[in-house]
Design a binder for this molecule. Structure first.
Ligand SMILES: *[C@@H]1O[C@H](CO)[C@@H](O)[C@H](O)[C@H]1NC(C)=O
Ligand SMILES: *[C@@H]1O[C@H](CO)[C@@H](O)[C@H](O)[C@H]1NC(C)=O
Ligand SMILES: *[C@@H]1O[C@H](CO)[C@@H](O)[C@H](O)[C@H]1NC(C)=O
Ligand SMILES: *[C@@H]1O[C@H](CO)[C@@H](O)[C@H](O)[C@H]1NC(C)=O
Length: 332
C-alpha cells in the first residue's frame, strides 16, 4: 500500500497534537465533507496535500513513472517541459516517446529523461510494449498535426483505452480527439483529463456538436475537462467535484505553460489514484479533480513566482526553476 503505514503514523501524531495543543482538529474530517454539495477551496487544499507521498522508505518508481508522447521535427520544447515538470513535481521516472528527429535534441536538454525515438507508425509495436510500464501518460505536447501522426495517436489512445491507462490529453492530442471524438468515448476509469485552452475547448465543443454547459460530459463518467485560462475551470460529470481556480499567475501567457501543467497533472493524478481520498466518494473522479486542482495551483504559483523575479521576460524555463518553491508554499 501507498505509504499507508507512514500515513497512519502521521495521523496518530496529528491526533496526539490536537489533544495536546488543541489546534483545530475538524480539518482532518472536513476534507471529506461533501454535504454542502460544492467543494470548498479549503477542501481541495486539504485533499491535495493528502496525496503527496512521503519520501521515506520508497523504492525507485513508487512515486510514479510518467510517459509523455509528443514532439515532432518542429517542436522539441513542449514534451521536454511536460516530462521534466512531472519529475520536478516528484515522479521518479519520465519517459518521452518522440520522433527520431526530436529525440536527440530532447536528450541534449536533459540527462534526467528517458527518451525513445519511436513515434512513427513503423515502431507501433514498440510503443505498445512501452505503455504498460507507465503509470500515467500525457499525450499531445508538440505532436504537430500531420495526418500520419493523427492516425498513429488515434491507435495509441485506443491501446491505452483497452488497458484502462489514465491519460492527460493536451495540445495537438486534443486536435486528434476533435478529429475523432469517439476515440475517448466511454473511456474506462481511472479515465482521461483533457486540458484545453479556450480555443481548443471551443473546437472540442464543436466536435461533439453540443454548446450547452454539459458538452464536457459527452465522453462519459470518467473523462474530465480542465479548461485553462485566466481562470481555470474544472468540469466533470460529477458536478460536486467541479471547481474554478483563480489567483496566483500573472498577466504573462508564455509558451510552454500548458506543458508544465500537463506534466504536473500526470504526477498528481498518479498520486491521487494511489491514495484513498474519501470513503464514500467516486475515487477516480475525485482523484481527477484533486490532481487537476493541485496542478493548476502549482502552475499558477510558478508563474507568479517567476514573474516576480523576471517580469515580462518570464519564460517557461524560468517557471520550472520555481517548482520546488511552489510546492513548498502550496503543500507545507
Ligand atoms: C475513430 O476512432 C475509433 C475508435 O478508436 C475507430 O474505431 C475509428 O476507426 C476512428 N475513425 C476514424 C475516421 O479514424
Ligand atoms: C448552438 O446554439 C445555438 C443557439 O444558441 C444554436 O442555434 C446552434 O444550433 C447550436 N449548435 C450546436 C452545434 O448545437
Ligand atoms: C455522466 O454522463 C453520462 C453520459 O452523458 C451519463 O450517462 C451519466 O448518467 C452521467 N453521470 C452523472 C453522475 O452525472
Ligand atoms: C458511507 O456509506 C455507507 C453505506 O452507504 C453508510 O452506511 C455510511 O454512513 C457512509 N459514511 C459516510 C461518512 O457518509
Amino acid at each position: 500500500m501507498f505509504s499507508l503505514h507512514s500515513k497512519m503514523r502521521g495521523y496518530s501524531y496529528f491526533v496526539a497534537l490536537c489533544v495536546i495543543v488543541l489546534v483545530n482538529c475538524d480539518e482532518i474530517e472536513d476534507k471529506c465533507n461533501f454535504l454542502d454539495s460544492k467543494l470548498q477551496p479549503n477542501t481541495f487544499r486539504l485533499l491535495s496535500k493528502s496525496i503527496i507521498p512521503t519520501m521515506a522508505g520508497s523504492v525507485k518508481g513508487d512515486a510514479g513513472k510518467i510517459g509523455v508522447i509528443g514532439g515532432s521535427i518542429e517542436y522539441t520544447g513542449a514534451p521536454y517541459f511536460s516530462a521534466i515538470t512531472s519529475m520536478k513535481v516528484g515522479a521518479d521516472l519520465a519517459y518521452v516517446i518522440t520522433t527520431e528527429s526530436a529525440a536527440t535534441v530532447i536528450k541534449n536538454y536533459s540527462p534526467d529523461l528517458i527518451v525513445y525515438p519511436y513515434l512513427n507508425t513503423k515502431y507501433a509495436s514498440k510503443i505498445r510494449s512501452l505503455i504498460p510500464k507507465m503509470d500515467v501518460i500525457v499525450i499531445g505536447p508538440g505532436l504537430g498535426r500531420e495526418p500520419e501522426t493523427v492516425h498513429l495517436i488515434t491507435d495509441i489512445i485506443q491501446d491505452c483505452k483497452n488497458l484502462g491507462k489514465p491519460l492527460v490529453i493536451d495540445a495537438d492530442g486534443l486536435y486528434v480527439v476533435s478529429k475523432n471524438t469517439s476515440v475517448i468515448k466511454n473511456y474506462p476509469c481511472p479515465g482521461v483529463v483533457l486540458t484545453p485552452n479556450l480555443r481548443e475547448a471551443n473546437r472540442l465543443m464543436d466536435a461533439v456538436s453540443k454548446n450547452d454547459s454539459n458538452w464536457y460530459s459527452y465522453w462519459g463518467d470518467c473523462v474530465a475537462v480542465l479548461v485553462k485560462g485566466e481562470k481555470d475551470h474544472f468540469n466533470t460529470n460529477m458536478t460536486v467535484y467541479s471547481w474554478i481556480a483563480t489567483g496566483g499567475g500573472s498577466g504573462r501567457r508564455v509558451g510552454g505553460q500548458g506543458d508544465i501543467l500537463s506534466g504536473a497533472l500526470a504526477t498528481f493524478y498518479h498520486w491521487a489514484l494511489k491514495t484513498e481520498l474519501c470513503k464514500n466518494e467516486s475515487q477516480a473522479q475525485l482523484a481527477q479533480s484533486v490532481a487537476a486542482y493541485a496542478a493548476a495551483k502549482i502552475t499558477r504559483l510558478c508563474n507568479y513566482k517567476a514573474s516576480l523575479e523576471y517580469g515580462q521576460s518570464t519564460l517557461a524555463s524560468d517557471m520550472i526553476t520555481k517548482i520546488h518553491l511552489a510546492l513548498q508554499s502550496a503543500f507545507t
